[in-house]
Design a protein around this ligand. Structure first.
Ligand code: AMP
Length: 218
């Protein structure tokens, strides 16, 4: 299965991806995670992405497309789930071209829909591990010890791009540049499934699994 997961920041893409990966064995390809890793490693790509990421703007298409096409080529035959990519119609078009040339296509697009107001509430409580990238929430996904990562004991932080002002920018960017990607897929005959991501994550996963089980059974 080759899946695209779309949704605003804070819609629960990371959580849903983990569950989908655990159930179907797909490779999780998150453009945000790959970029953050590049920044930790101090690569040229990481440095080029830094200012865009910290302000909530999108990193230029050319950089992202090259990075993700490369990751997709290395993915196992069982398939992958794209998280945070494509984020513009241009990225989606370039992705389609690359897949078509390998005789592949996107089998399903999962679209997590959520109210902006709920996003602000969720992001305010979000805490991340600067070492392993694990994500917690002070209300809903608490670590075993407050403020400390369960995986590696690092002190949890609020990511600079989770501040209110940056979240507002990211939402605006999403509505302007990423929502048209959903129409792109609807027009190009990919199967698009909409889910109400205002609901809690368990409920959303159950609904997602119903659709993906049917797809996997083919
Ligand atoms: P995320 O963790 O997916 O919300 O991504 C964090 C940041 O990385 C975004 O706010 C963008 O600056 C950048 N980014 C991630 N994916 C993309 C993409 N597909 N296109 C452009 N910029 C991206």
């Amino acid at each position: 299965m080759r899946i695209v997961l779309l949704g605003t920041p804070g819609a629960g893409k990371g959580t849903q991806c983990k569950r989908i990966v655990a159930r179907y064995g797909l490779q999780h390809l998150s453009s945000g995670d790959i970029l953050r890793q590049q920044r930790i490693e101090g690569t040229e790509l990481g440095e080029a992405a830094q200012t865009y990421m910290d302000s909530g703007a999108l990193v230029p298409d050319q950089i992202i497309v090259e990075m993700m096409v490369d990751a997709i080529k290395k993915a196992p035959d069982v398939g992958f789930i794209l998280d945070g990519f494509p984020r513009t119609v241009n990225q989606a078009t370039e992705l389609s071209k690359s897949l078509t040339s390998a005789n592949q296509k996107i089998d399903a697009v999962i679209n997590l829909k959520i109210d902006d107001q709920v996003v602000f509430q969720r992001m305010a409580g979000r805490r991340s591990c600067p070492q392993c990238g694990a994500v917690y929430n002070i209300e809903t996904i608490k670590p075993r010890i407050e403020g400390v990562c369960d995986n590696d004991g690092a002190k949890l932080i609020q990511r600079p791009d989770d501040s209110n002002e940056v979240v507002a920018n990211r939402l605006e960017t999403y509505h302007l540049q990423t929502e048209p990607v959903i129409d792109y897929y609807k027009k190009n005959s990919s199967t698009v499934y909409d889910f109400d991501a205002n609901k809690d994550a368990e409920e959303v996963s159950a609904l997602v699994f119903v659709k993906l089980d049917a797809l996997a059974d083919g």
